[in-house]
Design a protein around this ligand. Structure first.
Ligand code: GLU
Length: 306
């Protein structure tokens, strides 16, 4: 029996299989398939759950502990920060990791967290009426909001920026917004700053930034404005279509929102943030999520225990 062809065929199969494996691994198998972007679950840290943790002085923690579930308000359409995969329902991003690591310190494992998408304009109400136990979603700490809610942190410092179409050359900073339609989320500090400091711009608001981005791509608005951290994520997903321009023109320290009266929970979260910054979880989580939008991990801002 001649055995010649079989080994030759088998030899041919090896490189073919290798090519297939490599193609699948890099996500570039088919022409036109989406780029292999987005947080890589393999690189995410596993957080140690403090099962002995107890905080009876916190009404929120006590309620969540009895329920066996911590309900965390988040964003679901902000790449690398807080994003929900519509196919699997899974949440990913830096804010999601901040929620997971601090929840672990409060005694809640990943499968004991319920994420709930809450738009910028509804954050304070959701915290005050107990719809959520805490909020982690690009939530700027400011004096106005501190009258209604409490903030742990900050755990990250962003700055306001502008996202425009790649073909746009007239807008290079907020000074160029005269007569331009600028889109942002209702209830955000971003739109409030445009209204207060750039009255010649025409503000347009929607519930979410992804709707603003759709409007930018369909020429309904000239720019989208919010934190650079959010805008860089949208630009990284479609670099041929959109770019972030100019320098950040504000400081946006991100905090974890809690019910205003729950000082015990706020201080426990402050402690959890500091602990995870020290043990390297913060940096590992950043590198696997927000770092993918192109900015290396900064030093986190000092936590402000008030
Ligand atoms: N960080 C800003 C804010 O809290 C803008 C981003 C957002 O709307 O979440 O309003």
């Amino acid at each position: 029996m001649r055995r010649g062809p079989r080994p030759r065929g088998a030899l041919l199969l090896v490189p073919a299989a290798l090519v297939l494996v490599l193609a699948l691994a890099c996500g570039c198998g088919r022409q036109g398939s989406p780029p292999a972007k987005g947080p890589r679950p393999g690189a995410l840290p596993a957080y140690r759950v403090d099962t002995a943790f107890s905080l009876p002085s916190s009404p929120t923690w006590t309620r969540a502990h009895r329920r066996g579930r911590l309900v965390v308000g988040v964003k679901d359409d902000q790449p690398y920060l807080g994003e929900r995969d519509p196919a699997t329902g899974a949440y990913s991003g830096f804010d999601i990791e901040i929620a997971r690591m601090t929840a672990a310190s409060l005694g809640f494992a990943a499968d004991e967290i319920g994420f709930k998408a809450i738009a910028s304009a509804n954050r304070e109400t959701s915290l005050s009426n107990g719809q959520i136990d805490m909020y982690v979603g690009t939530y700027t700490i400011n004096a106005l909001r501190k009258r209604q809610v409490g903030f742990a942190g900050p755990y990250y410092l962003a700055g306001q920026g502008l996202l425009v179409r790649t073909g746009e050359h007239d807008i290079t900073g907020p000074q160029d917004l005269k007569g331009k339609k600028v889109c942002s989320a209702a209830g955000s500090s971003s739109i409030q700053r445009i209204e207060a400091d750039y009255p010649d711009a025409t503000p347009v608001t929607y519930d979410t930034y992804s709707v603003c981005v759709d409007n930018l791509l369909t020429y309904q608005v000239d720019a989208v404005t919010t934190d650079d951290s959010i805008l860089l994520g949208y630009a990284a997903k479609a670099p041929e279509e959109m770019k972030v321009v100019g320098k950040p023109f504000s400081q946006e320290p991100y905090g974890i929102g809690v019910s205003k009266g729950d000082t015990a929970l706020r201080l426990a979260l402050d402690g959890a943030i500091v602990a995870h910054e020290r043990d390297g979880d913060w940096k590992r989580a950043y590198d696997a999520t927000l770092g993918l939008s192109g900015v290396p991990a900064p030093t986190p801002p000092p936590v402000d225990r008030y």
